[in-house]
Design a protein around this ligand. Sequence first.
Ligand code: NAD
Ligand code: TYD
Length: 337
Amino acid sequence: MKLLITGGAGFIGSNFIRYWLNKYPDDKIVNLDVLTYAGNLENLRDVEGNKNYKFVKGDICDADLVDKLVKDIDLIVHFAAESHVDRSIQNSEDFIKTNVEGTRVLLDAAKNNGGIRFHHISTDEVFGALSLNSDPFNENTPYNPRSPYSASKAASDHLVRAYFHTHKLPITISNCTNNYGPFQFPEKLIPLFATNLMEGKKVPVYGEGGNIRDWIYVDDHNAGVDAVVKKGKIGETYCLGGENEITNLEITKNILNLMGKGEEMIEYVSDRKGHDFRYAMDITKAKKELGWEPKLKFEEGLKKTVGWYKNNEDWWRKIKTGEYMKYYKKQYNENNK
Ligand code: NAD
Ligand code: TYD
């Protein structure tokens, strides 16, 4: 099988490529990524030499390029997105371009080239926010996005479903909860806090830290995507999650513990605008229909992840100083002139 992965030099996509090439070594992967601030070829140094792996630097909004690339593709797994809520609050322009228009371009290329199997990666955030006592989201929860990020992802989900109903494009969608693990960009809670502590900096907890997220280890998410792609029913959506709800303050205390630091390193800062209170996912459908469930316990996964950031200072320090943008992208562009 030959796969087109979009956004494969970002956090989840790079872990997916590594996962897939290990599990299905005969499959071929083309990784299309424009390398925004979040894309980093360092994430895939270990697979760069694999003869079944090819990187293409390009934009998913570039219809001519996408149309050429999908010619001999059997499966598209679409990760590419602007992914950070705080950035979408500052400026939502790129979120609409990439998440909505980029998805439309990919769908048209899949449709116009014989109806290529298309899996769309989405988020629990499209369902809105839960209160403390409400039931977790499931596949039938009405959409109610509340940030520009989640609104753009919701729009892309709707488009993907519309191409199934209108054009019979063979699609599936997975909506997953908060991921964590190696190679996550240090603007997200877990890597930001772990790396700040290594730099001797405080950790900025929004509001009082009472917001709740459901965390899943990135390989468990990717195993779920694998299950949907192989066993999912065409046209269907599957909710994936870690069954692991925890407040931001509890996570922060766990990270402080793992780093041997005290609570004086917490800095309570102004809350995020429109901060969704709680996300949680009911994953019964994926368990029943796909035989999938998350495996790694949060305590173990968090320890492993914090350990990874401790052992890979070179990776995140280059990001935090901005050196990775100057050096790696320049080098790549020169090598590929
Ligand atoms: P990320 O920001 O780490 O990576 C996104 C990648 O997409 C980057 O490599 C970037 O360069 C690339 N990209 C952005 N715009 C592009 C464009 N126009 N053309 C080509 N490539 C482009 O994101 P992530 O955390 O790995 O998330 C991947 C996907 O998973 C996203 O669709 C996101 O909505 C979804 N998701 C993420 C989480 C999470 O907790 N991180 C949870 C659920 C779903
Ligand atoms: P984040 O990792 O940005 O993921 P998302 O907003 O997509 O869930 O944030 C996770 C939670 O942590 C969210 O409730 C916001 C909070 N948070 C902080 O308290 N401080 C921070 O510096 C960041 C980045 C997030």
